[in-house]
Design a binder for this molecule. Structure first.
Ligand code: SF4
Length: 396
């Protein structure tokens, strides 16, 4: 049986294997298997799984890919991730992928889907319009048609007919995956010293590039191992990190926050893996509609979702309270419109409730963390030293 250190080492290797070796091996074992790459933040992976596909999360090159050609495709004042994705495209990393899905989260991703089309990548490119109307008979019906189009595209490639039984089986597997992931977050909420946030990050990210069945086994082993006491509690504050849902922060940044005196007890890294809150109905007569209804009614809050009836600032504060966090770190990718347009709303809510927060920007390839370490360290010390809430926002 692997030790926790061994599991984490393997997950780190899988998570940052930019050649997607395990996924390509998986595909090579059966000619009806397909690989479908998808951009952040969320797609319903159950649908691809039911069609004998593996949905691969494409999260950019991080700090592991030098950008030479990718910069030529975008102006300088947008986020970094699409440039590294294009660099991966042009260096052949996605050879063997059958299709690509681009969820409708921002203009940058929309334009990226066009570039994939121009470059002739994959046998299909799907720009997935996620509904912003949350009524089942309007947004739900629309979304179902979108998902049917994906199934038709995959069918054209592998001839696999998706039955309700196949969909229900996939729903069960991904329900389990989300439950196990949440269980790890819950254990860490109580005992954050047992496993670092950076290690958890590698474990969740590995699930973006391997079959869900294998990832579920990994998660079960991790849960068994972190239920035992390990490590020692340290005098750190507990924080929630918000804003890093799409372009991912370098792991060095996550480690820097931890080394500067914080336990990260909640975050929105790799948000797609935890998007649906709770289970999708695994026993309905129309499982495709059940997947759609879960999106309409059980999605987490996000900058890419219209939320007039369920404001994200209220949900953020509830989440922070549930996790017993001492403060919030707003960490967003530079030039990320969705994240940065939300910050004033979210930070006003913090000010109104006397919740302590700091804010900074990063790129996936940021390499210098000294300033961030000092900022986070000061934040942590000030929370530890002052009993009364100290405001870091604009409130007098
Ligand atoms: S980081 Fe922000 S702006 Fe860039 S692709 Fe993601 S959501 Fe869009």
């Amino acid at each position: 049986m692997d030790s926790l250190a061994e599991i984490i080492r393997k997950c780190e290797e899988l998570a940052f294997d930019l050649k997607f070796t395990r996924a390509k091996e998986w595909k090579s074992l059966d000619k009806t298997r397909v690989l479908v790459g998808h951009m952040p933040i969320y797609i319903p992976r159950e649908v691809v799984h039911a069609a004998n596909g593996l949905a691969i999360g494409i999260l950019g090159g991080g700090d592991k890919k030098l950008i030479i050609k990718g910069d030529a495709y975008y102006q300088s004042y947008i986020c970094h991730m699409p440039r590294s994705i294009l660099e991966l495209v042009m260096d052949g990393h996605f050879e063997g992928f059958d299709g690509f899905i681009f969820p409708s989260i921002c203009d940058v991703i929309r334009n990226l889907s066009g570039m994939f089309q121009l470059l002739g990548k994959g046998r299909f490119i799907k720009y997935l319009d996620l509904p912003q109307n949350f009524k089942r008979h309007i947004g739900g019906e629309f979304y179902k048609q979108e998902l049917q189009q994906i199934l038709e595209e995959i069918y054209k490639i592998n001839g696999v007919k998706v039955t309700p039984e196949r969909l229900r089986h996939s729903i069960l597997l991904f329900n389990k995956n989300r439950r196990l992931t949440e269980q790890i977050y819950n254990i860490r909420q109580e005992f954050p010293w047992r496993m670092t946030a950076a290690d958890l990050y590698h474990i969740v990210r590995a699930g973006y590039v391997i079959p869900v069945e294998e990832h579920n086994e990994i998660l079960e082993n991790v849960i068994r191992l972190i239920q035992e006491e390990r490590g020692d509690p340290l005098d750190k504050i507990r924080v929630m990190v918000i804003g890093a849902f799409c372009e991912q922060p370098p792991v060095g940044l996550i480690r820097t926050i931890e080394m500067a005196g914080c336990y990260i007890v909640e975050d929105d890294f790799l948000m797609g893996a935890r998007w649906i809150q709770g289970d999708i109905d695994p026993a309905g007569t129309d499982p495709l509609s059940d997947i759609c209804n879960a999106y309409l009614e059980k999605s987490t809050f996000s900058s890419s979702v219209y939320d007039v009836d369920n404001p994200k600032e209220d949900r953020m504060i509830k989440l922070m309270t549930d996790r017993k966090a001492d403060g919030i770190i707003f960490a967003a990718p530079s030039f990320c419109d969705p994240a940065l347009l939300d910050h004033p709303i979210l930070q006003k809510a913090c000010n109104d409730k006397n919740i302590r927060f700091i804010s900074f920007l990063y790129s996936e390839n940021t390499g210098q963390f000294k300033v961030i370490k000092e900022q986070v360290g000061t934040f942590s010390d000030s929370i530890k030293l002052w009993e009364e809430p100290v405001l870091f926002g604009n409130k007098e």
